[in-house]
Design a protein around this ligand. Structure first.
Ligand SMILES: Nc1nc2c(ncn2[C@@H]2O[C@H](COP(=O)(O)OP(=O)(O)OP(=O)(O)O)[C@@H](O)[C@H]2O)c(=O)[nH]1
Length: 235
C-alpha cells in the first residue's frame, strides 16, 4: 500500500513529495478504473483454465496441465464508452493446492462454479466449491454462475439430461447456468460478456452509492479490448 504524507501533494516541492505526487496521481487513476474480481472454481480437469484461455487468448489446449495454486488474467472491455476490466482468477482444482487457491477467494464480485458436462460427479461437487468460495465473501454481493464445460462431448440427449440437472442445481445456488465448449468456442464469449455487463452495472451502482460521478457514454454496446462489438448490454 502507498502512504501519503500530505493531504494536498501538489502544494509541496521536495523530490520525495514529487515522487509521492506522481504515485498519488497513478493511484488515483488506478483507483478510478472500474474493475471486478472474478473467481473461477471447480474440480480438477473440468476445464477452468481452457475456458479462461479461450476467452482471453482465443486458444484451446488439448493436453491437461494442472493449475498450481492460482493464475490470473485481466481482460479489458469498453462498455457504453467506459473502460472496464475483469480480473479473472483461475484456481487449482487439485486438493493439494486448495489452501493456496482459497486464499484468493476474498473480495470476489463474481463466482464462477465450473463442472464438466461429461462427468456428472463434478456437478455434484459444485455446491461444495461454491460454499467454500462464499465463506470468504458476502453472499449477497456476489454474482454466481454455474458453467458446464465440454458441451461438444455430449450427444443431444445427454446434453438435455445434463442441462436439466444443472438448471436444478443452479436454481438452488441462485446462479445463472451456462453450457459452453472451450474446444469449439460455443457460448464462451457470450458468457463472459454477460459476466462483464452484470459486473459493470453493479460497479456503476456502487459508485453512485458512494457519491462518485457515474456518467457513462451513449448506447448499450459492450466490446472486448480490440475486438468487434456485441450489442445489447443485458443480452
Ligand atoms: N472436448 C473438450 N475438452 C476440454 C474442454 N475444455 C477443457 N477440455 C480438456 O479438459 C482438460 C482439462 O482442462 P483444464 O482447463 O486444464 O482443467 P482445469 O479445470 O483448469 O484443471 P485444474 O487446473 O487441475 O483445476 C484438458 O485436457 C482440456 O483439453 C472442452 O470444452 N471440450
Amino acid at each position: 500500500s502507498f502512504i501519503l504524507y500530505t493531504s494536498n501533494p501538489s502544494h509541496t516541492n521536495s523530490s520525495s513529495s514529487q515522487f509521492a505526487f506522481k504515485y498519488y496521481c497513478l493511484f488515483q487513476r488506478w483507483d478510478r478504473q472500474k474493475m471486478s474480481k472474478v473467481v473461477v472454481v471447480g474440480d480438477l480437469n473440468v476445464g477452468k483454465t481452457c475456458l479462461i484461455n479461450r476467452f482471453c487468448k482465443d486458444v484451446f489446449e488439448r493436453d491437461y496441465k494442472a493449475t498450481i495454486g492460482v493464475d490470473f488474467e485481466i481482460e479489458r472491455f469498453e462498455i457504453s464508452g467506459v473502460p472496464f476490466s475483469l480480473q479473472i482468477w483461475d484456481t487449482a482444482g487439485q486438493e493439494k493446492f486448495k489452501c493456496i487457491a482459497s486464499a484468493y477467494y476474498r473480495g470476489a464480485h463474481v463466482i464462477i462454479t465450473v463442472f464438466d458436462m461429461a462427468d456428472i460427479k463434478s456437478l455434484d461437487h459444485t455446491h461444495q466449491w461454491l460454499e467454500e468460495a462464499l465463506r470468504e465473501n458476502d453472499p449477497d454481493s456476489c454474482f454466481i454462475f454455474l458453467v458446464g464445460t465440454k458441451s461438444d462431448l455430449l450427444s443431444r440427449e445427454e446434453r438435455l439430461r445434463t442441462e436439466k440437472d444443472a438448471i436444478k442445481i443452479a436454481t438452488e445456488m441462485k446462479a445463472e447456468f451456462w453450457a459452453v465448449s472451450s474446444k469449439t468456442g460455443e457460448n464462451v464469449q457470450e458468457f463472459f460478456f454477460r459476466v462483464a455487463a452484470l459486473s459493470f452495472e453493479k460497479c456503476i451502482l456502487r459508485d453512485m452509492e458512494n457519491g462518485l460521478p457515474a456518467t457513462i457514454g451513449q448506447g448499450d454496446s459492450i466490446s472486448k479490448h480490440k475486438c468487434k462489438s456485441l450489442s445489447a448490454l443485458g443480452h
